[in-house]
Design a protein around this ligand. Structure first.
Ligand SMILES: Cc1cc2nc3c(=O)[nH]c(=O)nc-3n(C[C@H](O)[C@H](O)[C@H](O)COP(=O)(O)OP(=O)(O)OC[C@H]3O[C@@H](n4cnc5c(N)ncnc54)[C@H](O)[C@@H]3O)c2cc1C
Length: 448
């Protein structure tokens, strides 16, 4: 008997002994794991479940037949890539690994009976479920803003699609010398370096296409990751004057030193301590009221506060934090046994909400699900994340971390994290290459 067949048999036996509900997918069949959401987290979970135990039946329920990846989506705005480059299909997961797909919207779950429901009327039994629905944007949390405005005139483009196209067109049509204003979200949010990378990529594009344009980033926060490396990049590329308290460790001489600029530069970041918190949007007047005052702009890009994707609320997986509490060892929901939550929607302590995190959490959850189905002790997990970011198309930065369980919480291990502030030009260029290659290999790891 092959090992995997053995594991399947003991898995089924252990689960039956555990008293799963009558009508469970275990009734004489292979254990059935349903994955909700086929994004970075869900797709990886489905693939790694099958790699760990090809005998499992794995079904992904996903709203859209083609995934539009959020990671790298700001590079559509500066025409580095096209919208079609963000599209990823599911054929490889279906054909190579035998993963089943149901393209439908999940609307709820009966956690007692272990049955998941869809808008199309399907009721699918599961033995265990992994949920990775991403985020929901709270447009209405900003006075004067709404989802309708985001879809028609003031895109947020934080979940890529039509809003990304709209924002690109607005930026490309912006009058000479116009202002592009970004409102950065409060913590915790999807992709910590994202709003600042977006501002940088557009500043670089403006240098060629609209050299007197300005980028203003209004922020309720006092800092961001990877702050000093990004601020140094802005200093070198766009004439940004780095605030005094961020300058520690920045090179003052040598090949590419920090510079003191006479003028204000192309990017202006207004942190919380300078009044960057936004109070209201005046959509018709094309302006934003912040604690620091009135900011008029030609293109306004608001990245609103966010919480776990709507379906996580519909499944009762969310607590007062807006995200899903989990047992960190297995990613199993602490609200409903048998359901594991990964990716942006889960509470993962110090881990950032990134595609890389979702992918590494998916592997931890997949392994835990296979172990639990087989009645085995789950192994000690660890996670990793690297957020690559661009201060310009050839100016790469990163923050890289390893995480372990400490006192039942996910804790970042000590060690060097960032591209060093005294990195050479070659290292910085290499950082951009890493980002590019990571994007390709990462997508393959999730979807192929
Ligand atoms: C501008 C930008 C740049 C970024 N850059 C990076 C980067 O460089 N590196 C990085 O690691 N991360 C980056 N990210 C973040 C990354 O894209 C997300 O963290 C990641 O996609 C989260 O994965 P997820 O599986 O949690 O959610 P998603 O990838 O959003 O997947 C969720 C899936 O669930 C589906 N779904 C939701 N509700 C339902 C339902 N009810 N029924 C069925 N299906 C449903 C959705 O259709 C979607 O396909 C970036 C994000 C942005 C916005």
């Amino acid at each position: 008997m092959q090992r995997r067949e053995f594991l399947r048999l003991i898995g089924a036996g252990a689960a039956l002994a555990g008293g799963l509900p009558v009508g469970s997918a275990f009734a004489g069949a292979a254990p059935h794991v349903v994955v909700v959401g086929g994004g970075a987290g869900g797709a990886t979970a489905a693939k790694y479940l099958k790699l760990a135990d090809p005998g499992l039946r794995v079904t992904v329920i996903e709203k859209n037949p083609v995934y539009i990846r959020p990671y790298g989506s700001s590079e559509v705005l500066n025409d580095h890539i096209g919208m079609e480059d963000l599209e990823v299909g599911y054929d490889a997961l279906r054909d190579r690994y035998g993963i089943e797909f149901l393209f439908d919207t999940v609307t709820g779950v009966d956690p007692e009976q272990r049955v998941v429901q869809t808008a199309g009327g399907t009721r699918l039994p599961y033995d265990r479920m992994i949920v990775s629905p991403g985020i929901e944007l709270l447009y209405d949390r900003i006075d004067g803003y709404s989802e309708t405005l985001a879809e028609t005139r003031l895109p947020s483009a934080w979940i890529p699609g039509g809003q990304t196209r709209l924002l690109r067109d607005q930026l490309h049509a912006m009058r000479p010398g116009g202002t592009f204003l970004i409102v950065a979200p409060p913590n915790p949010y999807r992709c910590p370096p994202g709003p600042y990378e977006r501002g940088a990529l557009m500043a670089e594009w403006f240098q060629t296409h609209n050299p007197t344009a300005k980028v203003i980033i209004l922020d309720s926060k006092d800092s961001f990751v990877p702050g000093p490396s990004m601020l140094l990049g802005w200093n070198r590329l766009y004439g940004y004057n780095v605030p005094e308290h961020f300058r520690e460790g920045m090179p003052l001489d040598g090949d590419w030193p920090l510079r003191e600029h006479d003028g204000p530069g192309m990017i202006d970041w207004v942190p919380g301590y300078d009044g960057g918190r936004v109070l209201a949007l005046d959509a018709n007047g094309g302006a934003v009221e912040a604690e620091a005052g009135h900011f008029e702009a030609d293109v306004i890009n608001i990245v609103p506060p966010m919480v776990a994707g709507r379906v996580a609320f519909e499944m009762d997986l969310v607590d007062g934090s807006g995200y899903c509490p989990i047992d960190r060892r297995t990613h199993e929901s602490t609200r409903h046994p048998g359901i594991h939550v990964i990716g942006d929607a889960c509470q993962a302590d110090t881990m950032p909400k990134s595609g890389y995190s979702a992918n590494t959490q998916a592997k931890v959850a997949a392994r835990a699900v296979v172990d639990l189905l087989a009645g085995r002790e789950t192994e000690e997990p660890f996670w990793e994340n690297t957020c690559y970011a661009l201060a310009g198309q050839e100016y790469g930065l990163y923050v890289a971390d390893v995480f372990r369980l400490v006192d039942d919480r996910i804790r970042r291990m000590d060690g060097p994290r960032f591209l060093p502030l005294d990195a050479s030009r070659a290292q910085i260029r290499l950082g951009a290459l890493y980002q590019n290659h990571w994007m390709q290999t990462f997508t393959k790891d999730c979807f192929a």
